[in-house]
Design a protein around this ligand. Structure first.
Ligand code: AMP
Length: 385
């Protein structure tokens, strides 16, 4: 999976390759789509696993769509425990922010140095990276206002909320608007999760890569009934409509491998009276968020998506996933079908297999360690679908 599959813009991708970021790291594959979809997240990943870019990139993508903020009203607030981390995170924002169409201004503020230069530098800052004590000093002297923060990042969240920063953190949280996106990162978690739960109110996505090579273990494949249909290329569309109608599928996530195909499948479904929307990297963030939230609320029958949402997105009780096209990697297959069969609720995953796909599908099944029941669709009468 590439950065472009994750919805990162071509300007940023150019900058990423200048920095030798050729492929997203596992934590980034999880966090980027989840953050772009507007979810709160709890990222649990070891230091050095690439979590900074995991939130910097999607934040820059969303800032891009935001209107200019009022002076001294920051939009993005990143709270870190140390001066070193503040400087480091600010540098990552600066490096990638310089690639945006409207350059993003970031600033790091921390104690132990004179406050005046920091007050002066606060003009038109979009992203403020701060240690808690100095942040409050700046708030108290009216150098910065937190009432328009729409994204809060707590790096080293466990430490910030449990070990010595509680009083400052409580004050800061009280100054923030209630409606905001919360992104919490931690290498480890304490026994007491209450402080974290108090910040992450809205059904967060948990992005965990402690076990990076074994992400599949997080899915319970036994809860997913897997079926495959042998089908010719030209009968795929009619078969999709037939299955949706015959099984009265109310909420089905259809995966395609390209943006072009996602749009084509969506169009065809709509023309046949099925309520469908496409979700992929070429759609605006607004359209993506809207489609996903309508789908999650059960107001949209079919969501046709690329692998952009195969990871990290949690759709409660999703009953059906259909692979209209096979993904390239077996890992992506597991992630796609893992959108269903979550939280101990059974689900069904159907895969369309054309003659050209059959070898690849065998490879996928072998890697997954499970064999899928196959049905020949040839005898099914698809006329009228
Ligand atoms: P972090 O955990 O964010 O401090 O990142 C650890 C190191 O990995 C930093 O030097 C980053 O520049 C580097 N890094 C993060 N993501 C990638 C990537 N996708 N490809 C190559 N290097 C990366």
């Amino acid at each position: 999976m590439s950065f472009s599959d994750l919805g990162i813009s071509s300007r940023l991708i150019k900058k990423l390759s200048e920095q030798n970021y050729t492929q997203p790291y596992p934590i980034q594959r999880e966090t980027i789509p989840a953050i772009l979809s507007g979810k709160d997240i709890l990222g649990i990943s070891p230091t050095g696993s690439g979590k900074t870019a995991g939130y910097v990139l999607p934040i820059l993508m969303s800032l891009h769509e935001n209107v200019i903020s009022k002076n001294r009203h920051v939009k993005v607030l990143v709270i870190v425990p140390t001066r070193e981390l503040a400087i480091q995170v600010k540098e990552v924002f600066e490096t990638f922010g310089s690639a945006m169409m409207n350059p993003v201004k970031s600033l790091a503020v921390y104690g132990g140095v004179s406050i005046n230069p920091q007050m002066m530098a606060m003009n038109n800052v979009d992203v403020l990276v701060a240690t808690p004590g100095r942040l409050l000093e700046l708030v108290d002297s009216n150098a910065v206002h937190l009432s328009e923060v729409n994204t809060l990042v707590l790096d080293e969240a466990d430490k910030m909320l449990n070990q010595g920063f509680e009083i400052e953190m409580n004050r800061i949280l009280d100054l923030l608007p209630r409606k905001r996106q919360n992104l919490l990162f931690s290498a480890t978690l304490s026994e007491d999760l209450e402080p974290i739960k108090r910040v992450l109110l809205k059904d967060p996505v948990i992005c965990k890569i402690a076990n990076a090579e074994n992400t599949e273990e997080n899915f319970n494949l036994d809860l997913i009934r897997q079926l495959g249909y042998f089908v010719s290329e030209e009968r795929k569309g009619p078969l999709l409509r037939y299955l949706i109608k015959k099984n009265e599928m109310k909420q089905v996530l259809v995966f395609t491998s390209s943006v072009f195909e996602a749009d084509k499948v969506t169009d065809k479904l709509r023309k046949n009276g099925i309520d469908a929307a496409a979700m992929h990297s070429k759609k605006s963030q607004g359209a993506r968020t809207d489609a996903l939230s309508r789908f999650k609320d059960g107001k949209l029958n079919v969501l046709v998506a690329t692998d952009l949402i195969s990871r990290g997105i949690d759709i409660a009780f999703l009953p059906h996933v259909i692979n209209y096209e096979l993904p390239r990697s077996p890992k992506d297959y597991v992630h796609r079908i893992g959108r269903t069969g979550r939280a101990e609720n059974p689900g069904e995953a159907i895969t369309f297999v054309t003659p050209a796909d059959s070898h690849h599908f065998r490879v996928i099944q072998k890697k997954m360690g499970k064999w899928v029941t196959m049905i020949d669709s040839e005898p099914i009468d698809l006329l009228g679908n």
